[in-house]
Design a protein around this ligand. Structure first.
Ligand code: AMP
Length: 224
């Protein structure tokens, strides 16, 4: 693992762009912490917290959970000590209100966002990408019905686990709603971060490892 100075990144992109996959690779390589508001919300739903109860039906429909709930969840997680080395925000901010709240939150911990990286993809390919994906229930390794199946059918390449899971919202109908929410509420943030001078665009339609190398080069320049 490379030793890093504090580095805070945002990964922007529609569902299926590869934010989670790339965030996990950057986490491993640079010792940053992946903060996925989707993961935090799914944990809240599973734990049956008040926030989770309110978020559940919105998530199932592919809409956006209220700014209030998401900002509160992110604020709590950012306050944990492991985030001090730097975070990769995956799925946050998703609205202008969240982007403004993030600036405030970063200010309160005397930190800042170093780069917002837009993973640029063709929408048309995203439904197939998302609807076919699943993960190992044990270690979280990602797979896909068409693009990446385990070397031995039914066993995880990484941990050997035999249980796999699919997200309830990874179906063609909900993905369309999630793409619509992305374009209506989140895509405008690309211009917001461009205006701040911290936007980087990366073509995310190609090979996962090639994209990872490109992202690694961006991060390396920040932490150097
Ligand atoms: P994700 O795992 O990022 O695809 O998020 C899954 C679902 O969680 C989304 O479709 C939303 O319903 C909800 N969600 C995750 N992050 C946010 C956010 N920053 N703002 C609002 N809703 C969110």
């Amino acid at each position: 693992m490379t030793k890093t100075a504090a580095c805070n990144l945002i990964l922007l992109g529609p569902p299926g762009a590869g934010k989670g996959t790339q965030a996990r690779m950057l986490e491993e390589k640079f010792g940053l912490v992946q903060l996925s508001t989707g993961d935090l919300l799914r944990a809240a739903v599973a734990a049956g917290t008040e926030a989770g109860k309110q978020a559940k039906s919105v998530m199932e429909a592919g809409g956006l959970v209220s700014d209030e709930i998401v900002i509160a969840i992110l604020r709590d997680r950012l306050a944990e000590p492991d985030c001090a080395a730097g975070v990769i925000l995956d799925g946050f901010p998703r609205t202008p209100v969240q982007a403004a709240a993030l600036d405030d939150l970063m200010g309160t911990i005397d930190s800042a966002i170093n780069a917002a990286i837009s993973l640029e993809v063709d929408d048309a390919a995203m439904v197939e990408r998302v609807a076919g994906r699943y993960t190992c229930a044990g270690c979280g390794e990602g797979y896909h019905d068409s693009f990446k199946t385990p070397a031995t059918a039914g066993a995880c390449d990484k941990c050997g686990g035999t249980e796999f899971k699919r997200r309830a919202d990874d179906n063609a109908e909900t993905v369309s709603e999630r793409l619509a929410a992305y374009h209506a509420q989140t895509a405008p943030l690309i211009a917001f971060y461009d205006d701040k001078g911290i936007l980087q665009r990366v073509d995310a339609m190609g090979d996962i490892d090639v994209i990872a190398t490109e992202l690694g080069t961006i991060v390396q320049k920040i932490v150097a």
